[in-house]
Design a protein around this ligand. Structure first.
Ligand code: NAG
Ligand code: NAG
Ligand code: NAG
Ligand code: NAG
Length: 264
């Protein structure tokens, strides 16, 4: 008899729990997908589509309507500061061959954790409002057609730990403006481009704590103003090309860890 009452009790407890869950779930689900941050994200992505001039593979053909979490290349997740709502956490449009530019409106994607647009044909500057992306951790804009000055904005993105801009050959165009290149600990990969040697006004060149590799280009002899060269914690091979530091040895008293250029 006791076991019968126990069964009935368990049955009702079960029913009540299911009822509570289903009552609670409905508003929660709709709140998750219908909140101000996703509406902001919608505005940002809509503005971006207006800045795209060609999308030959029709990657963004799914980019319509308010449900941005369903767009190709857009990844949603619980917000970093409020797990009850969904927000856009990542964008991955790599290899999409899209041309166009990046609007300032992308700064509305305040919870973005990664932004990968490598291997497209984007041009123009990086939005200044990228500095508002407090959680942005990975930025990969390599293999695009960005040009002009080094995107200083990337140095002001607070959480950034991985940056792949594959130092573009166009770095040479910054010849007259760039005095210091400090791109430390940002995940740079690959060899340094030959064009780095045209930067004859650069006094500080610091690419330490990256994953750069290969030999230092001989053209670095052209970096005639160089006072400080910091290469430590990379995977360079070979030796420092002759001629970089021989001309005015006393100016180069701050050379830091030059020995670290040797592969270990
Ligand atoms: C999401 O997209 C899929 C197709 O990609 C579609 O079947 C589904 O209805 C969409 N969901 C919403 C809520 O728009
Ligand atoms: C990218 O698109 C352009 C223009 O449609 C085309 O000429 C080019 O071949 C495409 N590149 C790749 C790698 O598909
Ligand atoms: C970009 O940032 C500026 C300056 O903070 C702000 O006035 C502007 O509204 C932002 N633009 C967008 C589209 O977020
Ligand atoms: C450094 O380069 C060597 C080969 O050149 C490679 O085996 C090694 O994985 C690289 N290390 C890093 C940290 O990239």
């Amino acid at each position: 008899m006791a076991s019968y009452y126990l069964d009935v009790l368990i049955h009702w407890v079960f029913v009540v729990v299911i009822l509570l869950i289903s009552l609670k779930l409905k508003p929660l689900e709709s709140q998750k997908l219908n909140n101000p941050r996703l509406m902001q994200a919608h505005a940002a992505l809509e503005a971006w589509t207006h800045c795209m001039t060609s999308d030959p593979n029709k990657i963004t053909s799914t980019w319509s309507g308010p449900n941005v979490c369903n767009y190709t290349g857009i990844y949603c997740a619980p917000a970093p500061d409020d797990s009850t709502i969904f927000t856009v956490a990542g964008i991955d449009l790599k290899n999409a061959n899209i041309s166009g530019s990046l609007p300032e409106d992308l700064g509305l994607l305040t919870d973005l954790d990664f932004f990968h647009i490598n291997s497209n044909r984007f041009t123009g500057p990086l939005p200044k409002n990228f500095t508002k992306l407090a959680y942005l951790y990975e930025l990969d804009i390599s293999f695009n057609q960005f040009s002009g000055p080094f995107p200083q904005v990337v140095l002001a993105i607070p959480s950034l730990r991985y940056l792949d801009i594959s130092i573009p050959s166009s770095v040479a165009k910054m010849k007259d403006t760039l005095n210091e290149i400090i791109i430390s600990n940002t995940g740079l990969t690959g060899p340094l481009p030959q064009e780095i040697g045209y930067l004859d006004k650069v006094t500080v060149f610091d690419v330490s704590f990256n994953r750069l590799e290969g030999e230092l280009p001989g053209t670095m002899q052209g970096m005639k103003s160089l006072e400080q060269l910091v290469l430590k914690h990379n995977n360079f091979s070979g030796v420092v090309p002759t001629g970089i530091f021989e001309t005015a040895a006393d100016r180069y008293s701050h050379i830091d860890n030059i020995g670290c250029i040797f592969k270990r």
